[in-house]
Design a protein. Structure first.
Length: 335
């Protein structure tokens, strides 16, 4: 079994390629549609995802797509399942399996992730649909008093249990411990918390018996908080991020697929590019699992209108090309 999981993980982090995170919950995508004045219905969400998935040429830059429960069940206007559209392009379908967050009773400002109880049963259904990898997100907040030890312990333990259940059901688990950018903390504080979180994560993965050769890590980059006065300097972000990972991420992990949360499209490219340009001898591939950094411009261009589909697909393909260049350390705004 693990040989198959290893091979899937390697395909997902293939050269020039990374993962499109198109797994926004209904609430999340509705908020993004609302900003643009697009009505959020099952049909408009289906139309939007069809626009993305049927873009010609994305298979040159996208190795896998994370879907939402609603989306994995949907079809194109011509009646072809989205899963089959992706598989025809050689893109591996994946699925978001966490069921959102709830406040911790002992620390209401912090969140824990829901969904472990029904996970195995849901994975069996998703496997029949064609999904071969999964994603589970845990969020860690930074403040003067946060995160608490209890929050880190609970979230990393749950991530490890999720990963174990995935591997037992022939899924590659993407393990996503996101230290949020919310706040005014500096880059050193982000480094401190991220290192602590990852140390606990790999401790828990080991205890759970998870085979690290058959997972992918989806972490935040080491950056200043959104309200910090520190600059988003790609060279410093690359240095701090790689330094942190060298200290705590085991070499057998095949790849790191960064999230783009809290970054602009350009920042997500520039920071990934600096890492791949400056560090060429790392034990793991440094790739991407981007949502907004791949979709924002395309969503604005589409704006819910059929006549904009062609132009929006051109914009989406260009974003994928730019992010792919960053994954290779060859990003330039002139590309």
């Amino acid at each position: 079994m693990i040989d198959n999981l290893e091979s899937i993980a390697k395909v997902l982090i293939a050269s020039h390629k990374g993962i499109l995170a198109a797994d926004e919950s209904t609430n999340t995508i509705t908020k993004r549609f609302d900003v643009l004045g697009i009505e959020s219905t099952e049909e408009t969400r289906r139309q939007y995802r069809e626009m993305l998935f049927t873009t010609a040429g994305i298979e040159n830059y996208i190795s896998g797509v994370i879907l939402f429960d609603e989306t994995i069940r949907q079809e194109t206007e011509d009646g072809v399942s989205f899963v089959d559209v992706l598989k025809e392009k050689g893109i591996i379908p994946g699925i978001k399996v966490d069921q959102g967050k709830e406040a911790m009773q002992s620390s209401p400002e912090e969140m824990i992730t829901k969904g472990l109880d029904s996970l195995a049963k849901r994975l069996q259904e998703y496997y029949k649909f064609g999904a071969r990898f999964a994603k589970w997100r845990a969020v860690i907040k930074i403040s003067e008093k946060l995160p608490t030890e209890e929050c880190i312990e609970k979230n990393m333990s749950d991530l490890a249990q999720y990963a174990k259940i995935c591997q037992e059901n022939d899924f590659v688990p993407i393990v996503e411990p996101e230290v949020l950018r919310d706040g005014s903390h500096g880059i050193d504080r982000c480094y401190e918390v991220t290192k602590k979180v990852l140390e606990k994560l790999f401790e828990k993965l080991s205890e759970a018996g998870v085979d690290l050769k058959g997972i992918l890590l989806k972490p935040n980059m080491i950056t200043p908080g959104e309200a910090s006065e520190e600059e988003m300097d790609p060279e410093i972000i690359a240095e701090k991020t790689v330094e942190c990972f060298k200290a705590v991420v085991p070499e057998v992990v095949p790849g790191v697929v960064f999230l783009s949360g809290g970054q602009t499209e350009a920042q997500a490219c520039e920071n990934l590019n600096a890492m791949n340009k400056n560090y060429t001898d790392l034990p793991w591939q440094l790739s991407f699992s981007y949502g907004r950094a791949l979709q924002n411009s395309a969503m604005r261009t589409w704006n819910g209108k059929d006549e904009n589909v062609g132009e929006a697909q051109e914009v989406f393909l260009n974003r994928a090309k730019l992010v792919s260049a960053g994954r290779e350390g060859k990003y330039s705004i002139e590309i």
